[in-house]
Design a protein around this ligand. Structure first.
Ligand code: DQQ
Length: 579
């Protein structure tokens, strides 16, 4: 009997490990779900009700990863993974748009699509590098055998005409592929980075895994055509699974300037970001790049693994940065998938959105990055309302009236008298991640200092709302600030993924203040806590809180009163040109 029990028990454990590792760890899907029957079903109608108005999106169909962002001859270029034939993943090409300001976009012809033996079954993600003489070149992953192998190689493409600032036409020369997999798993070998120039060599990374160890292989080349694999990866980490879309770049320690990917010198740290196929979350570390050994070592202040820092603790994946020489800044693009069902996407006729590009800087502490929506976004601000100093007592919610709450930019600073009323952080929660704590201690659970913040995309009577809020806890040494963007009550519709996304905010509260900015766009709530220290994006699909029936409130469910020190909110206009 005991034996039978333990055998069953072992099977159960093995099954849960299998499910945990290979399927669905956080309620999100691993790898792109393939729905063959819908891949080539073009949208008949495009449903506008939840369609973002000012976030980047094509008119219809599926989009995923941002690819090859760059600035060339006065224009920003964004390529992205796109299904021209339907609203689910499949038939993937590199779609292409250009912009003068990263807000108004012009859609161009498809830049790269499957046509040659080296990319016959797909043109997957990659990056752009600007070679000397201002010559852009794209590295991308070509799929050379059909599913389920999807054998992956690395290709290049060059503009047909460098004098065209739009770079409309791209050539895929016949000496492709440039790089094929060696002994590693050729079905897990993709997403080349922007290359950097280093001591006579170009270097670039390709994401991969060996068994369950995630890794970024490093390749070098003198001429960009002949690439040799370095004897060891730039970096790898056990138990992180396939590393998709690696990104590796320098950040300045004592300046707010962004750096070109090839920049070297004093006072520079490096950032390595990877997208984890198994969790569909990303994490980054800040560390030191040893150019001689070609090794990257994360600082001991950066957690290297699933519990590491994220650009965004919500729906944000396959991100990529680029250096903008026009304004000397580094800009981050990230993709937010839908959280509704496959059937909803087919009915809507569209799926996926790029979040607002963000500038990325190293925080003065050196422990993390700071992100902020690019300043160009402000041109879309329309009607503005301000809330003067206002006290919000326990249980109160105050409406912010006079703007289009379904499409808004809200920037608020909250203050409080003291930290004394903060509730204690239960030591048991140390083993949970922030999302679980937010799930337990949501916006309606009365606290001491917080929960306080915004109720976005709210229906008048609060049947639906997405709260974005802070909750401050006392711990043994100091305080712990939880930031949540909780989709639990975002919609009365059934079958949606409605997670309580959350992250901690590493913020000094000595001035008893904390700020929150939220970009609300019909089904997007993209939030920046403490001026960009912690960012969370949610996708939500209200049934009542739509267009004119959406409301915005400030709320406090903590016993300690909160003061809104300042609150500015703007209606957001759509860009005049969007694809
Ligand atoms: N999406 C691309 C891959 C990449 C994945 C395929 C990440 O190149 O690894 O569309 O979302």
């Amino acid at each position: 009997m005991a034996l039978v029990f333990s055998r069953n028990y072992t099977v159960l454990i093995l099954l849960s490990i299998f499910l945990f590792v290979s399927l669905d760890i956080n309620g999100v899907e691993s790898t792109h779900r393939v729905f063959l029957e819908f891949q080539s079903v073009p949208a008949v109608n495009v449903k506008l009700v939840h369609k973002p108005a000012y976030h980047f999106q094509p008119k219809k169909h599926w989009i995923n990863d941002p690819n090859g962002p760059m600035f060339y001859k006065g224009y920003y270029h964004l390529f992205y993974q796109y299904n021209p034939q339907g609203a689910v993943w499949g038939n993937i090409v590199w779609a292409h748009s250009v912009s003068k300001d990263l807000i108004n976009w012009l859609a161009l012809e498809t830049a790269i699509s499957p046509s040659k033996p080296f990319d016959k079954y797909g043109c997957w993600s990659g990056s752009a590098t600007i070679l000397p003489g201002n010559k852009p070149i794209i590295l991308y992953t070509g799929i050379v055998s059909p599913e389920p192998e999807s054998t992956q190689v690395q290709n290049y493409a060059v503009p047909a005409n460098y004098s065209d600032p739009f770079l409309r036409e791209w050539i895929k020369p016949d000496n492709n592929p440039l790089v094929t997999a060696h002994s590693e798993n050729s079905s897990a070998f993709r997403d080349p980075t922007t290359a950097w120039f280093d001591g006579g060599h170009w270097k670039m990374l390709v994401g991969s895994r060996r068994k369950h160890r995630g890794m970024a292989y490093l390749y070098r080349s003198r001429d960009f055509m002949n690439w040799a694999k370095s004897p060891h990866p730039l970096h790898s980490k056990a138990n992180t699974g396939m590393w998709e879309c690696p990104d590796f770049y320098p950040v300045a320690q004592e300046s707010t300037k962004g750096l070109d990917t090839s920049e070297r010198g004093e006072n520079i740290k490096h950032v390595l970001k990877v997208s984890l196929d198994e969790t569909r979350y990303e994490y980054y570390t800040i560390g030191t790049y040893d150019r001689v050994k070609d090794r990257y070592v994360p600082d001991n202040t950066s957690v290297d693994g699933w519990a590491g820092l994220r650009y965004d603790y919500g729906n944000f994946y396959a991100s990529k940065t680029f250096f903008d020489p026009l304004k000397n800044r580094r800009i981050l693009w990230g993709w937010a998938n839908e959280s509704d069902t496959r059937d909803d996407d087919v009915k809507k006729g569209w799926a996926g959105v790029q979040l607002i590009p963000r500038t990325v800087l190293l925080d003065p502490s050196g422990r993390q990055l700071i992100q902020w929506p690019i300043e160009e976004l402000e041109q879309l601000r329309g009607a503005r309302v301000q809330m003067g100093k206002q006290k919000i007592n326990e249980g109160d919610h105050v409406e912010v009236k006079g703007i289009t709450a379904a499409q808004a930019d809200v920037d608020a600073t909250f203050s409080f008298e003291s930290l004394d009323k903060a509730e204690s952080f239960d030591p048991k929660w140390m083993n949970l991640d922030a999302q679980d704590v937010c799930n337990l201690m949501g916006s309606t659970v009365i606290g001491g200092l917080g929960p306080f913040g915004l109720l976005t995309l709210a229906s008048e009577k609060l049947e639906e709302y997405t709260p974005v809020f802070f909750r401050i806890f006392k711990t043994q040494e100091k305080h712990k600030v939880l930031m949540c963007s909780d989709a639990k009550r975002s919609s009365l519709a059934k079958g949606l993924y409605m997670p309580s996304f959350a992250g901690y905010v590493d913020v000094d509260l000595t001035d008893n203040k904390i700020s929150l900015r939220s970009l609300i766009d019909n089904s997007v709530v993209e939030s920046f806590g403490a001026r960009g220290k912690t960012c969370i994006s949610s996708r939500v699909y209200p049934t009542l809180a739509i267009s004119k029936n959406a409301h915005l409130f400030v709320f406090n469910n903590g016993t300690e009163p909160i003061t809104v020190d300042s609150l500015d909110a703007w209606s957001m206009n759509p860009p005049s040109k969007m694809n």
